[in-house]
Structure formats: structure tokens, C-alpha cells
Design a protein around this ligand. Sequence first.
Ligand code: FAD
Length: 366
Amino acid sequence: MHSIDRRRFLASIGLGAGALVLPGCATRPRPASTGCLAPVRVSTDRVTRTVVGLRPYRDSGFVVREERLGATRLVHNYGHGGCGITLSWGTSRLAVDMGLQGHSGPVAVIGAGAVGLATARLVQEAGFPVTLYAAALPPTTTSDIAAGKIMPSGHYRPDAVTPEWRARFAAAAEYSLRRFESLLAGDFGVRRLPTYGEHGGGPPDPDVAAFMANARLLGPEEHPFAASRIRRYDGLYVDTGRYLSRLLGEIAAGGGAVLRRSFASPAEIVGLPQGLVFNCTGLGARELFGDGALRPARGVLVELAAQPEIGHAYTMAAGYMFTRPDRIILGGSFDLDDWSMEPDPATVAAILARHGRIAAGWRCAA
Ligand SMILES: Cc1cc2nc3c(=O)[nH]c(=O)nc-3n(C[C@H](O)[C@H](O)[C@H](O)COP(=O)(O)OP(=O)(O)OC[C@H]3O[C@@H](n4cnc5c(N)ncnc54)[C@H](O)[C@@H]3O)c2cc1C
């Protein structure tokens, strides 16, 4: 495990290892005034699916930058690490504002993950015709694998970024939050869940505070977790599969052309008929544009059968859990420079063990 801002990273995705898979049953009496929550029933026989994805991670954060390739203007928008769903609208806003300045005529977007789709939609909203080219379309992108918590974490190393980048990150986070909140009312699979998380005693990190609506610290009698410092907030979550297919549908309905195509070199991009091209290829930018700073951060998710009685989420040092109507999602792992797309048994067992321990420490009856 790489040393990326370990404190913040632990708080967002969880680390550690465990050998035992513990049943998610109530083991301790609950304090009299606890608002009791149902624990997750964690066991191997309740696993319905395990998935693996490679996050496009850069120590120095996402890239939004313009360059010229002959007569073609190319605007990069990639490298979002563990929060490409979260920041997709915001960095796309930055990229589109940069690219459309002084532009006329059709526009190309390469990549159909969360970032490419948000970029294409913003280009359309600005009144330009757009063609989306991508080697893979939803539901087979990395973005479709993403857990779907809207939270800007796990995407840079604090000592590797500049004040200018931080300012752009803050602007991107603010715009993204607004866009996702505006989708709460629609059919995009965006919703809020009461979320419980460990905290160090102080206020939330400024990077993430705005994403924790109605945050407050809880007394020990107000939650069922074994950990003592717990914060509750209303977190935003998105069902990524549904969200991406709805967004792709909107782009097509808005007249956007969607073409499956893989680019092997920048020279092929120069050959496109569009004079303005957005590069939203995620981890693909490493090979396509030779960005060696872009590295895979492998993540494994374990999905369990739904438990309708669970209507909350948690993000603890040991891992995160949240529900969708049809499943429970358990994370996480974050292994830099690991290219393996196999959900290895050891990682799956470790995730189950960590969440099993959380459930076993539950302080109220099921
Ligand atoms: C297990 C896991 C959990 C995650 N959880 C969250 C979360 O809860 N919240 C969050 O915000 N983020 C999360 N992420 C991170 C998120 O998935 C990524 O940051 C995000 O998917 C990046 O989006 P993207 O559009 O840049 O890349 P992608 O989704 O990978 O899309 C890239 C697109 O570019 C295309 N492409 C690539 N190379 C080429 C080429 N040469 N020619 C043509 N097309 C090309 C691909 O085919 C694809 O269409 C998670 C990731 C993982 C793995």
C-alpha cells in the first residue's frame, strides 16, 4: 500500500486485514436510548458478486489542461483516482469552459465513463454538437464498477499538489456537488442515506465537509458502533449503472453521436473531423498519452444480498458499506500499481472479515 494521505484515505475506504468472517449478529446489549440500526449480516454464503476495478490515480491529482495537436485543440480531463464519479461534473465544467472558449463547430469527446459523459453533456448544454468515441461504453467502463459514494477522497497526495490545483479542485467539488444534488429529484439513481463515520474529534476535513450534509457528532448512546467517535451526516450516493445509462440516454436524445472506437495514438486523434477534442480516457491516458504518473489503484467490492431493514451507510476505518435497493455493497481496498482484474480470494476474505468485525461489535439487538 502506497503512503497516500493515509489518515484521510483510511477514513474514506478502510484498510487492514483480517482472517475471520464473522456473522453479523448482535453481540452486546444496547444502551437504553440508542436509535438502533440493523447490522449487516456478513457471511460468505450471502455474497452475490465480487467486482474489481482500476482507479486512475495520480499523486498530483486530476489533469485538466489544454494542448495543441497540429490543428486540433485537445483538452485533457482524466486522473480522478478514487472519486471520478464525484468530481466528474466539476472537472468537466473546468475542461469545457477551457475548451469552448473561442471555439465554433463540432466537438469530440473520447471516453464514455462518468467523466466523458459529463463532458459531453456540458458541451451539449452549451449548444455544440458532440460525438462521443469510446473503446468501452456503459455498462462495461470502470465508472460502472464504482461504488457510487459522492465524496471527494482518495485522489491525490497532499504534498504533491500545488495551491493552483487545490483551487481548481475546490471549484470542481463545489460544482459537482450542486449537479448531483440537482439530480436527487430525477430518475438518475441519486439519493441520500444517513451515514455514520469515525472522526478524530475535530470538524470534518475542509475537502469533504460540504459533502456531509447535516453533520453532527453523536454521543455513545446515539449509535450502535463499537467505535466511540462517530459522526452522522446525510451522504449522497449514486447507483452508478443506472446513472451512467441514463446520462448516455440523455446525450443520445440530445442528438449526440456515440461511436465505439479505440485510439492507439494521438496521431489518430488529429485525424478526427472535430477541431476540439476532450480526452476523458481515465487510466487509458497512461498509454495513449504516455502519462507515467497515472497509476492503477485497484479496488475490490463485495456485494451481499439486500437487507431491506438496512437504510443507512457507514464509512469506518475498516471499510465502507452502503445499500442499493437490490444489494449491499462492501468496500474497500486500494492497491496501487496492481493491474490484476481478478477478485482474489484473500482480498475478498479480508473485506468480509473487517465488516464482520464491525457487525459483531454492534451494540444493539437486530
Ligand atoms: C472499486 C471502486 C470503487 C470506486 N468507488 C467510487 C466512489 O464511490 N465514488 C467515486 O466518485 N469514485 C469511485 N471510484 C473511482 C471511479 O470509478 C473512477 O475515478 C472513475 O470511474 C473514472 O472515470 P473516467 O470516466 O475517468 O474513466 P472510465 O470510467 O475508466 O472511462 C474511461 C473511458 O475511456 C475509454 N478509453 C480509454 N482508453 C481509450 C482509448 N485508447 N481509445 C478510446 N477510448 C478509450 C474507455 O473505454 C472508457 O469509455 C471507484 C473505483 C473503483 C475501482
